[in-house]
Write a protein that binds this ligand. Structure first.
Ligand code: KIV
Ligand code: ZN
Length: 516
């Protein structure tokens, strides 16, 4: 079998961002984009530039920064979206426009209220317009899984003639099963005129837990691009997980006549970064990136692995990045070692003051914790990747009192506003527990009127001196945001997470979902 290239198209920053509360700031997106580039992802779908000015700016910033991956912007098949995506990717060394329109009867009739002829015309016009900005044009037939086969052939034929270079076949609602999905891909490649001039792509959602299996089936049938996300993040049950697709193709190279160019040792760092930024924890038994993915519990397995690793392991933990760069810095590390580690991890702070502040927190942490790991660095740098003008609330200091038989009390000093308008407030509240008291104290100042949807705590590393990482999900007027905070004191981490979520509610612009 001659080996072909399998393009990895990462849509963590676009479809992944459509997970509730996973909206990211420009700086957060840049950090993830740099890690994706380091991992040698072929195409980074950086966002949907028409969603908001913030999204446009984020895609543009990524296009300006990333050099080793193609940077892609999503556009519905209309003039405004395509032009906006075209402008956003303009600075990219290699830029792609991904335009899409729904092709299933249910979407055309009920959502778009367009006839099939109108859909074909809109698709062709969008692809032609995209050609004014780039020669790298991807077209997707949204809800291809429920689209009439002959209509799909007609649409794909028309957009290839109009200049599309990648044809993406999405299972938008996660409805297919591997056998049928592979069959659909094979028949499309056989039936669409000009199929050999384009790259065939698959984009699967995980509603039935089959996104990776369906994607792999499409690859076996001839697809040469897989659209996927880190940790399988994405709309509803998520998208196909990048790490599972990449490692399946690599581990079962005997079955696939293609290979990716991914640096697999960057997978775990990417997973941790995405989890930390979005506030979506990785389940311990998640394949490849879960904490237990390479842990052997039973005595028989442990014995077997010690005698000969391949008895129970089909992949090596170090090949996906579990052991590389774990222990990073210690108490004696200086500012320049800290700065260069930040750089290696792709963390860019917005100013020298932010670097100094993060270094100060690093020193404080090193006093409390013997060993500092990359995960700790990601967490402690988090605060300062947010530009100060996005930070309406800041925790200045805190004191907690908790005693058997007494209601716990939180006393906080919070700074509100920025620059000369910044005012400090001292507040105090009691509650059912110290976290409850803390949130009540913050709300005395913020009076946000938001609802708390989720509160979760995870230990970032092992040991009782580990930092606790807290995620808080708030909802207000239909908008959902996730806030994160990390500290060796989990009550302080909780306060930081709540404040982080409030800042996102405060700063975040209203965004349009491309599929609504
Ligand atoms: O799921 C889907 O159909 C999409 C398209 C925009 C490709 O995300
Ligand atoms: Zn999707």
């Amino acid at each position: 079998m001659s080996e072909q290239h399998l393009t990895i198209f990462d849509t963590t920053l676009r479809d992944g961002e459509q997970s509730p509360g996973a909206a990211m700031t420009r700086e957060e997106k840049l950090r993830i984009a740099r890690q994706l580039e380091r991992m040698r992802v072929d195409v980074i779908e950086a966002g949907f530039p028409s969603a908001s000015n913030g999204d446009f700016e984020a895609v543009r910033a990524i296009a300006e920064t990333i050099k080793e991956s193609t940077v892609c912007g999503l556009a519905r098949a209309n003039e405004t979206d395509v032009r906006r995506a075209g402008e956003a990717i303009k600075p990219a060394k290699s830029g792609r426009i991904h335009t899409f329109i729904a092709t299933s009867p249910i979407h055309m009739e009920k959502k778009l209220r367009m006839s099939p002829d109108q859909v074909v015309d809109a698709a062709v016009a969008a692809v032609k317009l995209a050609g004014e900005y780039t020669a790298d044009i991807e077209f997707s037939a949204e809800d291809a899984v429920r689209s009439d086969f002959d209509f799909l052939v007609r649409v794909f034929d028309a957009v290839i003639k109009a200049g599309a270079t990648t044809i993406n076949v999405p299972d938008t609602v996660g409805y297919s099963i591997p056998e049928l999905w592979g069959e659909r891909m094979r028949k499309l490649i056989e039936s669409v005129p000009g199929a050999d001039r384009v790259v065939w792509s698959t984009h699967c959602h995980n509603d039935l837990g089959l996104a990776v299996a369906n994607s792999l089936s499409a690859v076996l049938a001839g697809a040469r691009q897989v659209e996927c996300t880190i940790n399988g993040l994405g709309e509803r049950a998520g998208n196909a997980s990048l790490e599972e697709v990449v490692m399946a193709v690599r581990t079962r190279g005997d079955l696939f006549s293609c290979a990716t160019r991914i640096d697999t040792t960057q997978i775990v760092p990417a997973s941790k970064l995405v989890s930390q930024i979005t506030g979506y924890p990785v389940q311990p038994n998640k394949a490849i990136v879960g904490a237990n993915a390479f842990a052997h519990e039973s005595g028989i397995h442990q014995d077997g692995v010690l005698k000969h690793r391949e008895t129970y392991e089909i992949m090596r933990a170090e090949d996906v990045g579990w052991t590389t760069n774990r222990l990073t810095l210690g108490k004696l590390s200086g500012r320049s070692a800290f700065k260069s580690r930040l750089k290696e991890l792709g963390i860019e702070l917005h100013s020298e003051e932010a670097l100094n502040a993060a270094f100060g927190r690093f020193k404080d942490l090193a006093d409390k914790k013997r060993e500092i790991f990359d995960e700790d660095i990601y967490a402690l740098a988090g605060d300062d990747t947010i530009a100060p003008d996005h930070e309406h609330y800041r925790l200045v200091s805190s004191m907690f009192h908790s005693e058997t038989g007494e209601a716990p009390v939180a006393k906080l000093t919070l700074a509100v506003g920025s620059g000369a308008a910044r005012v400090e407030h001292q507040v105090e509240a009691d509650g059912g527990g110290p976290v409850d008291a803390t949130f009540k104290a913050i709300e005395k100042v913020a009076a946000s009127g938001s609802d708390l949807l989720l509160y979760s705590v995870n230990a970032i590393t092992t040991g009782t001196d580990a930092q606790g990482e807290v995620t808080v999900r708030l909802s207000k007027n239909g908008r959902i945001v996730n806030g994160q905070g990390a500290d060796t004191d989990i009550i302080v981490a909780s306060a930081k997470a709540y404040i982080n979520a409030l800042n996102k509610l405060e700063a975040g612009p209203e965004r349009v979902n491309p599929q609504v």
